[in-house]
Design a binder for this molecule. Structure first.
Ligand code: ZN
Length: 287
């Protein structure tokens, strides 16, 4: 039995995400946001899809609708697909990949000098202001290294502008990652975008409220990987910092995304040590 869906039904949220993503991809814009909730918009969008394909307009994702959708490439998951994924047994930590050391990321992505303003002058409490490269050959490290990368695979993701800001050397890896997730039919799992390049300390690790003068990134391990443009966050609402990541099939569960990401050199924040778990976070780690 495939997963059938309807407003008010006992729906599988990730399968609702899959159906909403499919509707958006088939230009049924009335679907609205991909949010795992089969509400009035999804029902209306389902009716429009049914009308377009001359099927009874039940507003439900039912057998007749499934058959049309399958002909258009919709993936049907077997009904036991989630049964071994509902617990806290997330994919194991990869054995051949670690979150990069400060020395590694500076060597690979470049050392920069930065200051931190007094707390009252920061837009984000952990923000820093990048300056030149540590060897002074590049006057503006950010301008020289951070690029705007279009990610078409995320065009239906709430909060995504169409552009990811990232390090120029990480950009090709990001393109491979999103192409791989697309190939595996996992894009519906990305529903909310929550950040990329962001020059800042790790959460809660700013040295103080008063700010500080020039420091070098190769001498400060408390900077976030977001400050190097090698990390991005998705589905934050369901995968909050320090909390256990969302279990499947809850909305925002990223577990199916983890293994293919690891294979392409991306470390998952859900594998950070106890107390720093960060299920929304993916970072390039294979330098
Ligand atoms: Zn992050």
């Amino acid at each position: 039995m495939p997963f059938f869906l309807e407003r008010g039904g006992e729906n599988n949220p990730l399968e609702v995400q899959r159906w909403q993503y499919f509707l958006r991809k088939n230009n049924v814009t009335q679907t609205g946001a991909i949010d795992g909730q089969f509400g009035m918009k999804t029902e209306e969008a389902t009716k429009i899809f049914q009308l377009q394909h001359s099927r009874p307009t039940t507003g439900k994702f039912d057998e007749a609708t499934l058959q049309v959708a399958q002909g258009l490439g919709y993936t049907v998951r077997p009904d036991n697909f989630y049964s071994n994924k509902t617990g806290s047994n997330f994919p194991p930590k990869p054995t051949n990949l670690e979150s990069p050391s400060n020395a590694d990321r500076n060597a690979a992505l470049g050392c920069f000098r930065f200051v931190q303003l007094p707390l009252g002058n920061r837009a984000d409490k952990d923000e820093v202001v990048p300056k030149d490269s540590c060897d002074h050959t590049i006057p503006d490290w950010r301008n020289a290294n951070i690029v705007d990368l279009p990610i078409p695979q995320m065009k239906f993701v709430t909060g995504f502008s169409g552009i990811m800001r990232c390090h120029r050397l990480v950009a090709p890896h990001l393109l491979l990652l999103f192409a791989r997730w697309e190939e595996l039919d996992l894009l519906h799992l990305l529903w909310h975008y929550d950040g990329d390049y962001n020059p800042r300390y790790k959460r809660g690790q700013s040295p103080g409220n008063g700010g500080h003068g020039l420091k070098q990134s190769n001498q400060v391990s408390a900077l976030s990987n977001h400050a190097f443009g090698s990390a991005f966050d998705v589905n934050e609402r369901d995968n909050q910092f320090t909390k256990e990541p969302a279990r499947c099939p809850r909305r925002g569960c990223v577990r199916e995304l983890v293994e293919p990401a690891n294979e392409l050199g991306f470390y998952w924040g859900g594998h950070f040590s106890e107390g720093s778990q960060d299920g929304m976070h993916f970072e390039f780690a294979k330098f």
